[in-house]
Design a protein around this ligand. Structure first.
Ligand code: C2E
Ligand code: CA
Ligand code: CA
Length: 718
């Protein structure tokens, strides 16, 4: 019987001769094992590459390379094993069949690689695949054997034959399981495992081959004469084949190594990129925090400055106008104080959205500078546009807002400066818009003003005046007190005085308080100034106590809200009273209603504390403020002063007359005494007298005088 041209027999013949003296070239056997191991290693390596490759195309490439390496390894192992076979008969191999066996090796290897490329599979799937793979390897082996040409017939011992097929299957299963197990590992231990696995797999394939070879017997037909083999080149051929196979597999492994390194680099690069983008995000959110206001999501001062600088340089280069619009919500502090900060924040959010809705969304910049200060930057053609926009904002802001269950109407003060006419730098334009805003507030709020050059001169003058006032206070030069008499109907005498501060300025002469008190309030100088007034007045009162002509006089001292609201105000006053030796019972502190905008309870507490030491209180300029009558009842006052604004026109204006009358009546019902201020004529005096007013202050009774003038007047009995 012939199979693939190889005469082979199914049983050992009775006659004929089994060639027993077949040997193997040990060097080639070893070489065959090495090649099997290297092929296995390459297969494991390529399976890993397939796993790591991200693109389908490169997966396919590595699968093919793996197939080629494994097939090359198995087939070369097999062929070198065949070449190692030495029989005492002439043996050679038919090339086409040898090549066919290579094809089968390729198929089996491809099956290995394909099975490994599938997602995790059950053991049963692997068993099925390894049966096919084992059959493939066995087929390759036995087809390869079929390529053998010799005068002897081949006999395969059935047990060993079956064993060889089983070993092939086991080797296939081992290859699949080991490769699966090695998946995803890294580092030296993993590498060592891979080497060991290659040795084991190589051994599997190798033992399959040699079990097959052990099953193989050459039987010479009876009577044939043994023709000894001539010189053959099996060793050389085996070596060449091994070198070629190893070279091919070696270069595949190097390619895989290079790919692995490249992939690591790519991973590193990806990691670096991810880190960079995280960093970028962090930077952006930092920028967001740094440049935006958290409450309103508008840009903040810093963000505004940056945008402003950009727009300004653009306009400077290309020409065009810009308007800086400064906005301040009128009396916002009252909302915060009365309804709390949460309500204040809520209101700011609504107002911010009102402002945003009144501007052209993308071109204009709306910023919140903190507190209730907003700033808008607009590009425009002429100044009228800025006015219109400001008016639009003011109208929008006046829309009633529901807040904390109340309906309220807010008004806004606005100041505008224009580029290029009012300045060329951001600072200058912002400062000038601020000056214009200051002017709007000074004009009674709820209005808008453009910057003008005389505003600036005034501001500069004020700044200079402030500096000079500071100097005057520090050196104690130029400041003095004037004293204005208050005529008391009960005694028919001047029994009270009001101390009024004056400033003898080296250049401007005598400066009235209306010019420097607001300045002092703004700058905080009111605190040292108020202290100076208090000390000087108390010292004077202490001196007068010693003089019988003056001892009965009580003295009124004006106290500004800011001064009164200091935490240690009570302590300061009591210390001064002690130091100077003044009689607190002869001191009246004049307060204004602006005090009551703040915490009424603490105001009452301060007043009570001072009253406990004998000091008294007047409510100055009554009728001009906002305070409610309910507060008036609660305050521990001694007297009320009718503002001179009502007195002036008391005979001409019916409503002024009505107010003056009702203040007198109110004071009477509250048990407080009343002083009318600004009494200039006898007609004033008569009217007030007729309606029950008991004390008068005004030019009719005496202007404020210097200490010397006042004292000499009293001494003269005028
Ligand atoms: P005030 O407390 O209402 O003082 C009365 C002002 O009316 C004084 O102006 C006084 O000169 C003026 N006056 C008095 N009689 C008449 C009159 O018949 N006709 C007219 N047209 N005016 C009269 P002055 O001294 O210029 O003070 C203005 C304001 O400055 C004061 O108003 C007070 O609010 C403030 N002030 C004055 N001295 C001090 C002070 O030492 N401390 C504080 N905090 N404020 C002061
Ligand atoms: Ca006063
Ligand atoms: Ca007054």
């Amino acid at each position: 019987m012939e199979w693939l041209g190889l005469p082979f027999i199914t049983g050992l013949p009775d006659s004929g001769q089994v060639i027993l003296s077949c040997t193997h070239n040990p060097f080639l056997v070893l070489l065959a094992y090495v090649v099997a191991c290297v092929g296995s290693f390459a297969m494991l390596d390529m399976a890993e590459r397939v796993d790591h490759a991200q693109k389908a195309q490169s997966q396919r490439l590595w699968r093919l390379t793996g197939t080629a390496c494994l097939a090359g390894g198995i087939w070369a192992m097999h062929f070198i094993g065949m070449l190692a076979f030495q029989a005492p008969v002439e043996v050679h191999y038919a090339l086409p069949i040898t090549l066919a066996s290579l094809m089968i090796a390729l198929l089996a290897s491809w099956l290995v690689m394909l099975t490994l490329s599938q997602a995790q599979q059950t053991l049963w799937c692997y068993v099925k695949a390894s049966v096919c793979i084992g059959l493939g390897i066995a087929a390759m082996h036995y087809v390869g054997m079929g390529a053998m040409r010799s005068e002897a017939a081949a006999y395969f011992e059935p047990t060993l034959f079956t064993l060889s097929v089983l070993i092939a299957m086991l080797a296939g299963l081992a290859a699949l399981l080991i490769a699966r197990q090695l998946r995803g590992g890294m580092g030296l231990p993993h590498q060592l495992k891979k080497y060991t696995a290659s040795l084991v797999l190589g051994a599997g394939l190798f033992s399959m081959h040699f079990t097959g070879m052990a099953a193989f017997n050459l039987v010479l037909p009876a009577g044939s004469v043994l023709t000894p083999p001539g010189e053959n080149d099996h060793l050389q051929l085996g070596l060449t084949l091994a070198v070629m196979t190893l070279l091919i597999i070696g270069s595949s492994i190097s390619a895989a190594l290079a790919d692995k390194k490249l992939q690591h680099k790519e991973h590193d690069l990806q990691r670096v990129n991810a880190l960079l983008s995280q960093l970028d995000q962090a930077r952006m959110s930092l920028q967001q925090v740094a440049h935006y206001d958290a409450l309103t999501s508008l840009v903040n001062r810093r963000g505004f400055n940056q945008l402003f600088a950009e727009k300004l340089s653009e306009k400077t280069k290309e020409g065009g106008m810009l308007a800086v619009v400064f906005l301040d919500i009128d009396h916002f502090k009252r909302i915060n104080d009365s309804l709390g900060h949460d309500a204040g924040d809520e209101l700011l959010k609504v107002l911010a959205s009102h402002i945003k809705s009144s501007v052209r969304s993308h071109e204009d910049v709306v910023a919140r500078f903190g507190g209730d200060e907003f700033c808008i930057l607009i590009g425009l053609q002429d100044r009228e546009e800025a006015r219109q926009m400001a008016q639009r904002i003011m109208m929008k802001m006046k829309e009633p807002i529901e807040l904390a269950g109340r309906r309220m109407v807010m008004t806004t003060s606005i100041g505008i400066s224009l580029f290029p006419e009012d300045g060329s730098t951001c600072e200058e334009l912002l400062k000038n818009a601020d000056l214009a805003l200051y002017q709007s507030k000074g004009n009674g709020r709820n209005g808008l003003n453009f910057f003008s050059a005389n505003l600036k001169t005034r501001a500069t003058l004020e700044l200079q005046l402030e500096e000079e006032l500071r100097h005057a206070l520090r050196e104690n030069i130029g400041l003095m007190l004037y004293y204005q008499p208050i005529f008391d109907l009960k005694t028919g005498l001047v029994s009270k005085l009001e101390a009024l501060v004056r400033w003898q300025h080296p250049v401007h002469g005598l400066v009235p308080p209306s010019e420097f008190i607001p300045l002092a309030e703004e700058s905080g100088l009111i605190l040292p100034l108020g202290h100076w007034v208090m000390e000087t007045a108390l010292r004077q009162q202490a001196r007068w106590r010693q003089d019988p002509q003056f001892a009965r006089l009580s003295l009124a001292i004006n106290v500004s809200a800011r001064q009164f609201l200091q935490d240690d105000f009570v302590a300061q006053v009591l210390a001064l009273v002690r130091q100077t030796g003044a009689n607190p019972a002869q001191i009246k502190l004049e307060l204004t209603e602006s005090l009551l905008l703040d915490n009424v309870d603490s105001v009452i507490a301060t007043m009570r504390a001072l009253k406990a030491h004998g000091l008294g209180f007047s409510l100055d300029d009554f009728g001009t403020g906002y305070s409610s009558l309910s507060y008036l009842k609660r305050l521990p006052l001694d007297q009320i002063k009718i503002d001179q604004g009502f007195v002036r026109d008391v005979l001409l204006d019916a409503s002024d007359a009505a107010i003056a009358r009702s203040i007198i009546a109110l004071a009477g019902s509250l048990g407080l005494s009343v002083i009318a201020e600004g009494v200039e004529t006898t007609a004033h005096h008569q009217f007030l007298l007729a309606h029950g007013c008991q004390a008068f202050q005004g030019y009719l009774f005496g202007r404020p005088l210097t200490l010397e003038d006042f004292e000499s007047r009293v001494r003269q009995g005028v």
